[in-house]
Design a protein around this ligand. Structure first.
Ligand code: FMN
Length: 181
């Protein structure tokens, strides 16, 4: 069911409780492909996506990732080829842009998942070296962010700070007044 971008943004909630239901591989790959359309520094595209669905490997990843809650049907490791990043854009690319690129790709994946009725959660709390080894990543390729995916069993909508208190107009400290809808 196609939904618009504004809806998808508001509907995305971190899912930490999943149904024990498989994600069709075709759909899973469509969701992950949304990642490559994310903005990325200099269009360097130094990312690598590893999609894990196999039971034992998923269990091992969960075991080294305290940030994964629930039992997702899949985990996507958004990784960065740090050598390629260095080659393409030096230190700024390796240390900063590649991290931001991973976050952008992650959000794309999570928003696309919303449109497909699939829940997700970004996870940073994981053991990088252990995940690198479990996925057979070469030394230069570093997992930056995990995205869990699966059909949600529960909703947990978290509130946001008041928009007015975090968004100013023209200059810090100047309230923007009411928003035109
Ligand atoms: C960089 C980053 C790291 C995160 N790490 C974790 C994590 O390790 N475990 C987890 O359950 N959620 C993690 N989250 C999800 C946030 O907790 C969640 O987005 C936030 O509480 C807001 O809730 P919402 O996504 O439902 O709006 C992470 C989110 C981001 C952006």
């Amino acid at each position: 069911v196609p939904i618009d971008v504004a809806q998808a943004i508001r509907q995305r909630r971190s899912t930490r409780s999943f149904q024990q239901k498989e994600l069709p591989k075709e759909l899973l790959l469509q969701i992950v492909e949304a990642g490559i359309w994310a903005p990325n520094g200099g269009n360097a595209q130094t990312w690598v996506f590893v999609v894990v669905t196999e039971g034992d490997r998923l269990r091992h990843i969960r075991a080294v990732s305290p940030g994964i809650l629930g039992t997702p049907a899949a985990v996507v490791a958004i990784c960065q080829d740090k050598e390629l990043a260095e080659e393409k854009g030096g230190r700024l690319a390796r240390e900063t842009a590649s991290v931001m690129d991973s976050a952008m790709a992650g959000e794309n994946i999570m928003l696309y998942a919303v449109g497909a009725g699939v829940g997700s959660c970004a996870v940073l709390s994981f053991h990088k070296e252990a995940v690198r080894q479990l996925l057979g990543l070469p030394q230069a390729i570093v997992p930056e962010l995990l995205i869990t995916l699966g059909y949600a069993a529960e909703e947990n909508p978290l509130p946001r700070r008041e928009f007015q208190s975090v968004c100013f107009f023209e200059k810090y400290g100047i309230a923007h007044g009411s928003r035109a809808e």
